[in-house]
Design a binder for this molecule. Sequence first.
Ligand SMILES: C[S@@+](CC[C@H](N)C(=O)[O-])C[C@H]1O[C@@H](n2cnc3c(N)ncnc32)[C@H](O)[C@@H]1O
Length: 347
Amino acid sequence: MQLVVSPENPLEWFALRANLVAIPILHVQIMPVLAKAVLEAADKGVFEAAKDGPKTLDELVSILNLNRKALGELMGLLTAMGYFTFKKDRFTLTRMARRFALKDDPLSVYGMMIFNNRVVWDWMSHLGEYLKTGKGVQYHDTLSPEQWRYYQEAMVAASNNEAREFGRRAPVPKSATRMLDIGGSHGQHSVVLCRKLPALTSVILDLPPAIEQAAPLLAQQGMGERVQHQSGNALTDDFGDAQFDIILLSSLAHHFTPEQNQLVANKVARALRPGGVFIVNEFIRPEIGAKPELLGGSTDLFYGLSSTAGNYSIAEIQHWQQTAGLKRYKVVRYTTVPGRAMVVAKK
Ligand SMILES: C[S@@+](CC[C@H](N)C(=O)[O-])C[C@H]1O[C@@H](n2cnc3c(N)ncnc32)[C@H](O)[C@@H]1O
């Protein structure tokens, strides 16, 4: 995926063609303001305040108890960004904002907005240091219980959309009865597969502070004993021998070094039953020389900053799988999440 600057009139078109538009100004001055405006709007309840219908600025000021001038500026920007329309002195949420910025839509990214505003924003100031040292924030070691809650809610928001396609397209054996979901958090990936395969049960292995916060999120899915949490650590726990038909590692490989991923893949290979599949579900680092891709590139840097590791290429992931004795099976690229893929190996 790419973000493009699109001209709105012939003059702008000419300026772009003639290389007269200072594109870096968009990146360094405009984009940070856009991002922070949306984050603060979500956090201050601006979207929820307009949920029940159009509102004047004064009505929003009184619901939200915010400064009139500042809120007017924010509303102007949110309108320019397509979150609101403004007619007859009233702000109305757009379809896009209703779907993605309100708390309750199944595709909402509200949880991600809160985590990014309250926790992640501060990490950005560490980027200069990361570039010098290569040492990321290692946030799994430092989050408070409240921050763990924001993190787990953000993971639900991040996977709402993807879990649907994962459920439809993950190449899993139809007869599967046992799944291990490593770093599975909220369990959405397990839940969609268990709904699809009636005989399947899943164990979600995650760190204790994650499970504390993710347990209520999983309970909302009403899966009872079919999807259960298990406290542990993927780097130090044994996964057993020939126990599982499906083992999923979704959005965790990017927190681990190549050596740690190899260690996990070796344990996975032992723990799979013959015919079982190991799915590594990740944003993919484009191969060197391949077409640059914005999501893969930005998540690569972000994961490096946040946990020192980063994205991996398909070849790197397949290398761990094959070194562990598994056979290459499939690579399924998401159509709804650009830059993301399931890299699947079979025992
Ligand atoms: C980015 S989240 C991904 C959640 C989920 N799998 C998904 O795809 O939406 C990473 C998860 O891995 C967990 N995690 C991190 N280190 C772990 C470890 N050493 N062992 C088990 N889980 C771990 C985190 O607590 C978190 O829930």
